[in-house]
Design a protein around this ligand. Sequence first.
Ligand SMILES: Cc1cc2nc3c(=O)[nH]c(=O)nc-3n(C[C@H](O)[C@H](O)[C@H](O)COP(=O)(O)OP(=O)(O)OC[C@H]3O[C@@H](n4cnc5c(N)ncnc54)[C@H](O)[C@@H]3O)c2cc1C
Length: 403
Amino acid sequence: MTLPPLTRLASTPTSSDGIPHGPLPRRPQPRIAVVGGSLTGCTAALLLRQAGFDQVTVYEAAPHSAPRGGGLIGLEHPALDTLDRLGIDQDEIVAHRSETIWQVTVRARQHTHTARRTYPGRNTTWNLLHTALTARLPDGMLHTHRRVTGLTGRQGQPLLHFTDGTTRHADLVLFADGRTSTGRRLLDPDRPLRYAGYVAHRGHAPTPDTPLHDFLRLEPEPGCQYNVAPVPGGLDWTFYLNCSPTDYTHRFGAPPEQRVFALPQHVSPTAHAHVNDHATRLLPAEHAATVHTTSTRMAVPVMDIDPPTRMVWPIGSGWAVLLGDALAPVRPHTARGANNGIEQAAGLTTALTQHHRHGADLAAALRGWQQRHLPAAVAAVLRGPAIGARLGLGGLSTHTPEP
Ligand SMILES: Cc1cc2nc3c(=O)[nH]c(=O)nc-3n(C[C@H](O)[C@H](O)[C@H](O)COP(=O)(O)OP(=O)(O)OC[C@H]3O[C@@H](n4cnc5c(N)ncnc54)[C@H](O)[C@@H]3O)c2cc1C
């Protein structure tokens, strides 16, 4: 297999304090196309830029950034450290300072048992983190309203195709295009999404009279889980409830495989009433009230996928990789989706830097990256259905074990 001739530096430049910084290339740099400008894509682009790669372009399908399903997002220390190194202060992104999670068993709408856990990380929100990331992208790096539809290896180099018929060459393509990834469909087409049989209903409620300081996880009965935590300007809640595919279509206007994020305009009055009824029947009064007072809601159907077996593909004389939800969308209970994407982006930057700055073999560097990060992605994919089964959630999606 011929490797793309990514350039190599003769020496590593240093700043006046003697600390090595990103290379200042004397030869043309590899063109790196990042497909998807959400959490994983923006993090990868910023890390690559910080490492000295100056031919990085992010192609984002949306005309502008719209919040997706993930409101509150728990980030573990490796991801937080990566963001630290990008100069993103925790004060800018942390939704609440507490590391405490209260796990509460509820019966007949009363707390019956409470366990305290300490989360090895902090909670952010999609909005806080995405705003912090995009604010740091250099001018001209992010191209919105650019939906990638295809990838070919014509003329030796990977060639990206867009909806408007235009094309762009790249040496390396990073697909960070999320749960319904075009990259995954092109590179790894035998791993479609399967609806797991339940929905994460979400809402942002006004700040309650009695303020909440920690993350609360309520488990009222099999087939239901309710999480709530403070975020700037109120409370973020997620209410997991079983839902047949037919009911999903009825409540959100399209089947779950098609409508993988139900935005506020897709949430029907029937869906609203369904969630309110369950809150009334299952949750302690103050939490039911939180749900009832939330006017704007979203919903995410929980999906499964076969575990990935690879992350890297040669395309002509170049390469394409899958990372973040594009590689392996995992069930939200695992709290690993964004963590995986950020850790993979950091690991990929390390591998590419070793190649570009120190002449490491590129195929081996990418293989090493895959070997380090694939097990965590597989583990998270497998863990989701196990958590769902413990909670009595889902059961529609049969899992294909890793070969
Ligand atoms: C209820 C809930 C709770 C969660 N909690 C946690 C948690 O606690 N911890 C955690 O780590 N994770 C959590 N997650 C998961 C986390 O939100 C996701 O894993 C993460 O947002 C995925 O980021 P991403 O950038 O990989 O993909 P996405 O955020 O899906 O971004 C993909 C981007 O690609 C763009 N795109 C798509 N197709 C194309 C195309 N063809 N061309 C160009 N652009 C394209 C999209 O417009 C989008 O901007 C949770 C998710 C949910 C739903």
